[in-house]
Design a protein around this ligand. Structure first.
Ligand code: UGA
Length: 443
C-alpha cells in the first residue's frame, strides 16, 4: 500500500521502516532538512537495535523515502500517519500544536480519499480535533477531498522497537468508518501471526487505551517501589517478594522490578497527561497522582543512601556511575534517573565519573563540559579515583563485574545497586558494602 508518515522521530521512523519492510511504499516527511538528508544516506539519528539495516535496505530498494515536501507526500498516501511529537507543555498536558499543524497541512494538499491515522500519543478527543482541523482547511480551499481520521496508538518499547513493530501483540484501531477499517485491515494483515491482532473500537476508547496501558505499567512499577521501601524498613528482601508474587499469573513477572524509578519519554509524560485529562473532566485521579509522586521520590533514593553513607559529607567525594540512559539498549536520557542522581551529587559538592555504553554523547550534549563530570570510556575507568559505585542502568555489560577489581579501585568500597542487579552476598564476600533497593539493609 502507499503510506505517508509525518514525523521521523522514534515512532514515525520505526513505523515507516517496518511498513516498508512488509512491502509497502512509504514516504516519511519531516521539517528537519538535515535529518531528511541524513536518512536518505542511511544515517539513523537514534540508537535503536536493528533499525539502521531496515532503513538502509528499504531506502535502497525504493520502498522507503524521506522528504521535507508535504505536497507530493500527501498525494502519495492512501494512509497518512501523524507521528509527530506531543511534548508536555508547562502544566503537564500534551502540546498538540505539531499534530494539529500536520492536520492543517494535510487539509491544504489533500485530493481524493485518504485515511489519516493518528499514531502520536494524544489526549482523548484528538481524532475529532484533527478531523475538524483538516475539514476547516478543506472548506477554506473549497476542495472536495474526502477523508477519515483513525486512532492507532503505538505500543513500541525503546530498545525493542523494531521487534515490537514487526511482531505486535495487538493493533488497536479506533475508527468509525468501515472504509477506513478495511484499509487498516489490509495494511496490518501481514502482521497477524496465528490470530487476528487487530482490536477495533471507537476513536476515544483507542486514545484512552494508550494512556491506560502506560499508566498501568507505571503503576506496577511504583507499586513495587513502594513495597521495596516497606521491605527495607521491615527487614525483608523485595527480590524474594517479587518472585513470590510474580508466580501468580494474575500478577505476572513483568514490570514488577523495583529500582531507581521509571524514566523515559513516555511513562512520566503520559501519567501526568492522563491525570490532566481526568481533571479536565472533573475527576481527581488520585491513584495516578500518587504513581507519579512515588516515582519522583524513588528517583532520589539512591542519592539519599549515598548521602547517608557519608553522613551528609559529600563535598569532595567522587561517585562512579554505571549506566546513564533511562534503561538499557537506548541512548535516551529523557527523565533518566541518573540525571536526578548526578544533579543532586553536584549540588552537594561531589563529582561524578560515569560510563554508559551508548548515552555518552547525549550526556555531553545535555551537560556540556563541567569539572565535576568525567565521562569514561569503560566501566573500570569510571572507578579510578572514585569513592563508591552507583549502578543506575542495568546494561548487560554490568551484570557480572570483577568485584575484586571494584574493591581495589574504590576509596570506600560500597556499591549502591539501583537495579538489584547483584547478589548481595557475592558483593559482601568480596569485601564491598552492598546497598540495594528494598533488600533489608537500609541506611
Ligand atoms: C513504554 C511502554 O513500555 C511501551 O509499551 C510504550 O509504547 C512506550 O512507553 C510509549 O508510550 O511510547 P519505554 O518508555 O520505551 O516504553 O520503556 P519501558 O521499557 O516501558 O521502561 C520504562 C521505564 O520503566 C524505564 O525507566 C525502566 O527502567 C522502568 N522499569 C520498567 C522499572 O523500573 N521496572 C520494571 O519492572 C520495568
Amino acid at each position: 500500500m502507499k503510506v505517508t508518515i509525518f514525523g521521523t522521530g522514534y515512532v514515525g521512523l520505526v513505523t515507516g521502516a517496518c511498513l516498508a519492510e512488509m512491502g509497502n511504499h512509504v514516504v516519511c516527511v519531516d521539517v528537519d532538512q538535515a535529518k531528511v538528508d541524513g536518512l536518505r544516506q542511511g544515517i539513523v539519528p537514534i540508537f535503536e537495535p536493528g533499525l539502521e539495516p531496515i532503513v538502509k535496505r528499504n531506502h535502497a530498494s525504493g520502498r522507503l523515502d524521506f522528504t521535507t515536501d508535504p505536497a507530493p507526500a500527501i498525494a502519495h498516501g492512501e494512509l497518512i500517519f501523524i507521528a509527530v511529537g506531543t511534548p508536555p507543555d508547562e502544566d503537564g498536558s500534551a502540546d498538540m500544536k505539531y499534530v494539529l499543524g500536520v492536520a492543517r497541512t494535510i487539509g491544504e494538499h489533500l485530493d481524493g480519499y485518504a485515511v489519516i491515522v493518528n499514531k502520536s500519543t494524544v489526549p482523548v478527543g484528538t481524532a475529532d480535533r484533527v478531523r475538524r482541523a483538516v475539514n476547516d482547511v478543506l472548506v477554506e480551499r473549497g476542495a472536495a477531498a474526502d477523508f477519515d481520521v483513525v486512532s492507532n496508538p503505538e505500543f513500541l518499547k525503546e530498545g525493542d522497537a523494531v521487534e515490537d513493530c514487526l511482531r505486535p501483540d495487538r493493533i488497536v484501531v479506533g475508527a468509525s468508518s468501515d472504509r477506513a477499517v478495511a484499509r487498516l485491515r489490509k495494511l496490518y494483515a501481514p502482521f497477524n501471526r496465528n490470530h487476528d491482532r487487530m482490536v477495533v473500537m471507537d476513536e476515544r476508547s483507542a486514545e484512552l487505551t494508550k494512556y491506560a496501558a502506560n499508566a498501568m505499567l507505571a503503576t506496577k512499577i511504583s507499586f513495587m517501589n513502594e513495597i521495596a521501601n516497606i521491605a527495607e524498613r521491615v527487614g525483608a528482601d523485595v527480590e524474594l517478594v517479587r518472585q513470590g508474587i510474580g508466580a501468580d499469573p494474575r500478577i505476572g513477572y513483568h514490570f514488577i522490578y523495583p529500582g531507581v524509578g521509571y524514566g523515559g519519554s513516555c511513562f512520566p509524560k503520559d501519567v501526568q497527561a492522563l491525570e490532566r485529562i481526568a481533571r479536565g473532566h472533573d475527576y481527581d485521579a488520585r491513584l495516578l497522582a500518587m504513581v507519579e509522586a512515588v516515582n519522583a521520590d524513588q528517583k532520589t533514593r539512591i542519592y539519599e543512601q549515598i548521602s547517608r553513607y557519608f553522613d551528609g559529607h559529600l563535598k569532595g567525594k567522587t561517585v562512579a556511575v554505571w549506566g546513564l540512559a533511562f534503561k538499557p539498549n537506548t541512548d535516551d536520557m529523557r527523565e533518566a534517573p541518573s540525571r536526578k542522581l548526578m544533579e543532586a551529587l553536584w549540588t552537594a559538592g561531589a563529582s561524578v565519573r560515569a560510563y554508559d555504553p551508548e548515552a555518552r554523547g547525549e550526556t555531553q550534549r545535555i551537560y556540556g563540559e563541567r569539572e565535576d563530570l568525567v565521562l569514561c570510556d569503560d566501566a573500570y575507568d569510571a572507578l579510578k579515583g572514585a569513592d563508591v559505585l552507583a549502578l543506575v542502568t542495568e546494561w548487560k555489560t554490568f551484570r557480572s563485574p570483577d568485584f575484586a577489581r571494584i574493591k581495589a579501585e574504590l576509596g570506600h568500597p560500597a556499591i549502591f545497586d539501583g537495579r538489584n542487579l547483584y547478589d548481595p552476598r557475592a558483593v559482601e564476600d568480596a569485601g564491598i558494602a552492598y546497598y540495594g533497593i528494598g533488600r533489608g539493609r537500609s541506611l
